[in-house]
Ligand binder design. Structure first.
Ligand SMILES: [Zn+2]
Length: 499
């Protein structure tokens, strides 16, 4: 009776082996002299089977019969970028941005996964029902894969478990007015209610870390981001240039007025509060769009002490300096603000030593009228910069000037954001078993930014005319080419990442 069993087992092995080799047989091979792999850059042939990377083989290893993409000598193959901070705004404010336009901009920028923020859409993603509406709105429109953040607002603690079960990657909160009334900010008291639940669920909390106290202490009647409906009605609460007269320090068309209205202390105190709460409740905390270099020491110490805290910064804090922003140029307004050149250099140093973990876009669009470009009023204009499509060349141009490597770039733009949202075993890396999400780009080639050529819904950009290095040539999403030298290929193939 033993023999038949053994026989069956051998047959089973053979069958399994055949099945495996069939599944692993590549139908596509992409090979290049420079592939950014987890342990450095090497020549390699990436074998792709269906939507996964089957194996990363030697450069010469190209199985007969497979379709071969030969990458030019100058170009790099990197994991498809992951952008964990994108405001898509659909449904409800689709005229600001939508899934179709945002994800096309992403594909053109070499990004294969975005994660949508829970606010600026109506309804916001703060309830299970709101999340379902968002999923319905996104369905069949996405050119890249899309994940979703949920939101923590006062009183929605009972929604957190259902939202997580429905597939959000974690939760965002604001410590200051968010700019839209349907997504109110939380106080320390609200957080003391929500944090035990987040810890119990093992969910991460990402935080807009500015506290209102230091902002109101400046005495500048700083405007929070205002929703469209409020523009016009609330204008009388902000001083006009005429009212201010010759007092240039509070002139609303000067960038330094806006900068003074959002002091570093607002960020520093907020980071301090979040470190205290992370320690007390054991919750995983992530600081979004970090700008103040003064808080880096606290962050560094908290990480060294073993707290589960991470932080991101954005291209605008790393490539622009307040000293260069002209009067009235409200396309440069975002919150927290772009600070001084010296602050920018410290952010780069913090990326270098690991205090800051990643660079994400905080793509936050609005219709150009809301930027109030004609009046140039920084205090009343909407705060937010759209840079989804430009993240790779913006960061690369400045990173290489400072001696950072392609490995650093890949960690900041791909692996770290994937890890933040729990996709580290699927996205952000070129390795067997990972999704075949790839970008082929030329790091040497330069171009000049022209807003009109961006695929974002609105074209106003603080980067207009800027010369950047790094041109995205081809983007592959789960083994299929979706972007090829300026053209989109095929229809929207992105999936909604809810599990
Ligand atoms: Zn944001």
């Amino acid at each position: 009776m033993i023999a038949p069993v053994a026989q069956t087992s051998v047959c089973g092995d053979v069958r399994e082996h055949r099945l495996k080799s069939m599944l692993l047989r590549s139908n596509l091979v992409i090979r290049a002299k420079q592939v950014v792999l987890p342990h450095g850059i090497a020549a390699a042939a990436i074998h792709i089977s269906q939507d996964k990377i089957a194996t990363v083989a030697d450069y010469e290893d190209v199985p007969a019969g497979s379709e071969l993409v030969e990458v030019g000598e100058q170009s790099i193959v990197m994991p498809g970028l992951v952008d964990s901070h994108v405001h898509v705004n659909e449904p409800g404010r689709t005229e600001w941005e939508g899934f179709e336009t945002a994800t096309r901009a992403a594909a053109a920028g070499g990004i294969t996964t975005i994660v949508d923020m829970p606010l600026n859409s109506i309804p916001p993603t703060t309830t299970r029902v709101g999340f379902e509406e968002k999923l319905a709105a996104a369905k069949s429109k996405c050119s890249v894969d899309v994940g979703f953040w949920g939101g923590v607002v006062p009183g929605n603690t009972s929604e957190l478990a259902p939202l997580l079960a429905a597939g959000v990657v974690g939760f965002k909160c604001f410590l200051i007015h968010s700019g839209v009334d349907e997504f109110p900010n939380v106080t320390e008291g609200d957080l003391r209610t929500a944090l035990p639940e987040l810890t119990r669920l093992g969910a991460i909390l990402i935080v807009h870390a500015e506290l209102p106290g230091p902002i109101s202490r400046t005495g500048i009647p700083a405007c929070p981001n205002v929703a469209e409906k409020e523009i016009g009605t609330d204008r009388n609460v902000y001083p006009t240039e005429k009212e201010i007269g010759t007092d240039r320090n509070v002139c609303p068309t000067r960038y330094e007025t806006f900068l003074a209205s959002r002091p570093r202390a607002a960020e520093n105190e907020a980071v301090e509060l979040m470190i205290k709460l992370a320690r007390e409740f054991g919750t995983r905390v992530h600081i979004v769009h970090h700008s103040s270099s003064d808080a880096l020491g606290e962050l560094r110490a908290a990480k060294t002490a073993g707290l589960k805290i991470t932080a991101e910064t954005c291209p605008h804090y790393l490539t622009l300096a307040s000293e260069d922003i002209p009067d009235g140029a409200t396309e440069f307004k975002c919150c927290p603000p772009i600070r001084e050149r010296e602050n920018c250099e410290q952010l780069w140093a913090a990326l270098g030593d690991g205090t800051l973990d990643m660079i994400v876009s905080d793509h936050s669009p609005c219709p150009p009228e809301m930027k109030l470009r004609e009046s140039g009023d920084f205090l009343a204009a909407w705060g937010g910069i759209s840079s989804l499509q430009l993240r790779l060349p913006l960061v690369w141009t400045e990173a290489q000037r400072r001696g950072h490597s392609l490995d650093d770039l890949s960690r900041w733009l791909c692996a770290a954001p994937a890890q933040l949202v729990g996709l580290q075993n699927r996205k952000g890396k070129i390795a067997a078993g990972w999704d075949a999400d790839l970008v082929i780009w030329n790091p040497e080639k330069q171009f000049e930014v022209a807003g009109q050529r961006l695929h974002h819904r609105h074209k106003l950009t603080p980067y207009e005319g800027k010369k950047l290095s790094g041109i995205v040539e081809k983007t592959f999403l789960r083994g299929r080419k979706i972007y090829d030298d300026g053209e989109f290929v095929g229809g929207p193939r992105g999936v909604l990442l809810t599990s």
